[in-house]
Write a protein that binds this ligand. Structure first.
Ligand SMILES: NC(=O)c1ccc[n+]([C@@H]2O[C@H](COP(=O)([O-])OP(=O)(O)OC[C@H]3O[C@@H](n4cnc5c(N)ncnc54)[C@H](O)[C@@H]3O)[C@@H](O)[C@H]2O)c1
Length: 338
């Protein structure tokens, strides 16, 4: 079944809808004929950007509220067929020095949303986007959903706690939800102002500006880098799949790439930029889980999803977008820690 047939006329809410993944999801849902409401608190330093939804601004409702605001949430969840929960504190570096935004936004915020659904919209279906960081260091590669969960930082722990909250409400209150563990996502409409999260996009910015990209260690660490349009397809397909509810799925790429290869590919595609080896900064060393790539067999078998965009192709589309709209994403800051 295609997205149009399924989502046409459906009422959907996207929390964090002005951010990177949320806005790409909104564009796809508007294209499919859904009635889309976005909720976003435009938290400074995160990916919220009104330009992200410029092309659909006449087709959406935007609500500037905070997911922690019980009164707002108690109203906004009503009558929504699907709620995509993408609002989150995702600054890994901040979480090293201040654990409270992760606890407050990612855990309490998710609980406020779930309680609002339990009270005012028990029939909605929820999709939660967590992180592959919930696993911590890989015990065995590629990493399957049933592997040990040992998050290395507060951000990752808060994501895992939120995922467990969704599962508890699914099982105990019959509020249906599916949770995804996203790997490193890159692409159009991400914040490009600082390097505290979104490593691939930050490298792309440096290449576009013909600056030097620092490759930590010997660059051999493996990761799976996922294009945002593939991510959006995974989110939509999981929402459409009855068998997915109550379960958790990896959303990644089963072909890993080393950081060195990633950087060389970006520079080759951009036709600009340089790279050099550098020692890990203490912040990166503290949270680096080492080699990681996802086993996506479960998503392939149950949801019927797999990524289709080659790394080179995704990087080329991303570079084209930011070259065109650089002024709307670069901002003033350039506090690279990479
Ligand atoms: N981008 C990735 O690589 C990636 C990987 C794994 C998981 N995730 C998760 O996916 C979700 C979306 O990530 P993204 O990359 O689009 O981030 P983003 O920062 O671009 O978007 C998140 C949006 O949520 C909003 N927000 C934050 N706190 C809020 C609050 N309390 N109330 C309302 N809105 C709030 C922000 O203003 C922002 O617009 C996050 O939960 C993130 O942790 C992302």
């Amino acid at each position: 079944m295609d997205f149009e047939k399924f989502f046409n006329g459906k009422k959907v809410l996207i929390t964090g809808g002005l951010g990177f993944i949320g806005s790409n999801l909104a564009i796809k849902l508007v294209g499919a004929g859904a009635k889309v409401t976005l909720l976003d608190a435009m938290i400074p330093g995160h990916g919220g950007n009104l330009f992200n939804v410029e092309s659909i601004k006449n087709d959406i409702i935007v609500n500037f509220s905070d997911i922690r605001d019980e009164n707002s949430m108690n109203y906004i969840v009503r009558e929504k067929d699907y709620i995509f929960h993408l609002a989150g504190q995702n600054d890994h570096i901040l979480s090293l020095t201040n654990p409270f935004p992760d606890i407050d936004i990612n855990i309490k915020g998710s609980a406020v949303l779930l309680e609002a659904c339990a009270k005012f919209n028990k029939d909605t279906k929820l999709i939660y986007t967590g992180t592959r960081g919930e696993y911590g260091s890989a015990v065995q590669l590629p990493v399957k959903e049933d592997r040990p969960l040992n998050p290395k930082g507060i951000y990752e722990l808060s994501s895992l706690t939120a995922q467990k909250l969704f599962k508890i409400y699914n099982d105990n209150h019959n509020i249906k939800s599916v949770s995804l563990r996203l790997t490193n996502v890159y692409g159009e409409r991400a914040q490009m102002q600082h390097s505290r999260f979104g490593v691939v996009n930050w490298f792309i910015r440096l290449a576009i500006d013909n600056q030097t990209i620092k490759v930590f260690g010997d660059g051999s660490i493996l990761r799976d880098f996922l294009y945002v349009h593939d991510t959006v397809n995974a989110i939509l397909k999981s929402a459409m799949c009855d068998k997915a509810y109550g379960d958790v799925f990896n959303v990644g790429v089963d072909k890993p790439t080393s950081f060195l290869n990633l950087v060389k590919t970006i520079i080759e595609v951009a036709g600009s930029g340089k790279w050099e080896f550098a020692p890990f900064t203490p912040e990166r060393a503290a949270q680096e889980p080492g080699d990681f790539y996802s086993d996506i067999t479960k998503a392939k078998n149950i949801i019927g999803w797999e990524p289709t965009t080659e790394l080179k192709e995704g990087i080329a589309m991303t570079i084209d977008y930011y070259r065109k709209y650089k002024k709307l994403y670069w901002g003033g800051s350039n506090d690279s820690i990479w």
